[in-house]
Write a protein that binds this ligand. Sequence first.
Ligand code: C5P
Length: 327
Amino acid sequence: MTGLTARVPAKLNLQLAVGPPRADGYHDLVTVFHAVSLFDEVTVTAAARDAVTVTGEGADRVPAGRDNLALRAVTALRAAARRAGAGAAAGGVQVTIRKRIPVAAGLAGGSADAAAAMVACNELWGAGLPLPRLVQVAATVGSDVAFALLGGTAVGRGRGERITPALAPATAYHWVLAFADGQLPTPEVYAALDRLRAARADGPASPARPELDPSLMSALRAGDARLVGRALSNDLQEAAMSLRPSLRKTVAAGLELGAVGAVVAGSGPTCAFLAANAERALDLAVSLSGAGVCRSVARVTGPVPGALLIRGEDRPGPPAAPLRSPP
Ligand code: C5P
């Protein structure tokens, strides 16, 4: 039996506003997710029991057992399919992940793989769960998984799992990603933010409720890269830089070399630079890679769709379910 393959993008956060820690250890946040054209591919094949194989960029650092997020997504989807009476064929699966999204780099690669595994298994099992149901299941798997199903540009609330697509014109933004050596584990960056806030003498220990930035939203509505660049913000940036001081140099270099905006991707250590257009992005990528401030660079565009089945090389098929807004 041949497998089914889904392709899924990395994400950036154009805004990441983080509130105080909650009782469950998570932080309430308001974020603007933005899916970019750096893709992992996930193939699922019927098998006697669930297993995962990972190849490509940073594969040795992805957990291969039960802790693997894609396997956890498969388990959650199987339970949902069975509850819906659509899980007669929901047997074991071999999940094969081909990574191009660096691991623990702030780009939600693990969440992306989980979303792709869900889309592919939904099809493999003929479960036919609609997208809003997939989004609900995704939210139980990880904070960023629901967005990876939807893609585009969208506002995330709660711990990031409550998604509303952002209304914006079809502008293509041109980004340069600067990849760093090594990783920054997300929980450590959130913990560093809590410590920094607690130690701040000049303000309250608890930050205010996170709010959506109106200047970013109006920049997106205008489709103006310069305005978007100016409005990029990330509350985790300072925390990531406290753990990895070299990121300050990377961000400063990108701005000096002509980026119209710069932001650490999620919890880092990847840095994302917005360019005014495709040509500027190429110039920036070339000069940044020569500046010695990162491991490597990639040019990407956004927004792009979320997890999609692919039927041949780089030929996205229809999504496993009609694209509708989540509940
Ligand atoms: O949900 P996910 O497994 O992606 O989250 C990874 C970790 O990031 C959590 O265990 C938590 O430490 C931190 N986190 C958080 N608040 C969020 C999202 C993630 O504190 N809203």
